[in-house]
Design a protein around this ligand. Structure first.
Ligand code: CP
Ligand code: NVA
Length: 300
């Protein structure tokens, strides 16, 4: 039966661990998987801009012998030119899997409900699960310490933050979030991970003794009209040397990218030896290949 990946809650811990061990094999022995998706077809529907997500999914499919066709916003006009349910049923006639980046989580859910093809969330307003699944893989590959690691997210309680909250519950780690009071993550999502998440409003507090400091843009795609207000409201939340001083010396800096240097992160911090942002981007290729391979096997 098909299995969708719309949030991290769609995976059990065992499935996530299985995907990570597949990702290890794909990373270090890619040739073993060069035919893993042979005869499989995928559609990528991207309603918002993307570099990493689209490139890594599309290349990943091709590297495993599958076919991929991509559409951007104006080509499909999701829900405008025709109903989402009609698009979902139509693409299912042609493809095994659909990878969707769109504005509302509900759109991805409606699409998945009507699609026979399995559906992967490539970012919505609420979640960015493919990003964070791969980020946990990256953290695991860099740090020992499991549950005891102190992971802190500084910035907007946005889609990436929500997926980190879901990850805290799935992988049982403590997540410390620092955000301005009016930009907290959804209380419903936070309470679904109760005991694993703590919210603060001072970045210096969460940075104290942190092993990982993670940040993301203050103005997510779709919120551009709020940009000026957000620049003011987040002024004290720039991940800079001042905040780094509070963290452990070997604290790793993560950012899903794209970064707005000088806003949520200083140039010096993103360029520092502690920064692993490009390794983070690289691992998306392996983890997403593993994810698609797993979901395609399940849908057989
Ligand atoms: N991190 C990430 O999803 O990047 P893109 O928006 O470029 O895909
Ligand atoms: N929170 C950001 C993530 C970009 C990958 C956004 O939604 O724009």
């Amino acid at each position: 039966m098909k299995k969708d990946f719309l949030t991290l809650s769609d995976l059990t811990r065992e499935e996530a661990e299985h995907i990570f061990s597949l990702a290890d094999r794909i990373k270090y022995k890619p040739s073993q998987f060069s035919r893993a998706l042979r005869g499989r077809s995928f559609v990528l529907i991207f309603d918002k801009p993307s570099l990493r997500t689209r490139l890594s999914f599309e290349l990943g499919i091709k590297q495993m012998g599958g076919e991929a066709v991509s559409f951007t916003a104006n080509e499909i006009l999701l829900g405008q030119r025709e109903a989402i349910k009609d698009i979902a049923r139509t693409v299912s006639v042609y493809v095994d899997g659909a990878i969707i980046r769109t504005f509302r989580q509900e759109t991805a859910e409606e699409f998945a409900h009507y699609a026979k093809a399995f559906v992967v969330n490539a970012l919505t307003d609420k979640f960015h699960p493919a990003q964070v699944l791969s980020d946990i893989y990256t953290i695991r590959s860099k740090k020992r310490g499991g549950k005891k690691l102190k992971i802190a997210f500084i910035g907007d309680g946005n889609n990436v933050c929500h997926s980190l909250v879901r990850a805290a519950r799935l992988f049982k780690f403590k997540l410390f979030i620092a955000c301005p009071p009016q930009y907290c993550p959804s209380s419903e999502i936070v309470s679904s991970a109760s005991g694993y998440v703590e919210i603060f409003h001072d970045p210096k507090v969460v940075a104290r003794n942190a092993d990982i400091l993670y940040t993301d843009v203050w103005t997510s795609m779709g919120k551009e009209k709020e940009k000026m207000r957000r620049l003011r409201d987040f002024k004290k939340f720039t991940l800079n040397d001042e905040i780094m001083k509070r963290a452990k010396k070997d604290c790793l800096i993560m950012h899903c990218l794209p970064a707005h240097r000088g806003e949520e992160i200083s140039d010096a911090v993103i360029e520092s030896r502690n920064s692993i942002v490009f390794e983070q981007a690289e691992n998306r290729l392996y983890v997403q290949k593993a994810l698609l391979y797993y979901l395609a096997q399940r849908a057989k």
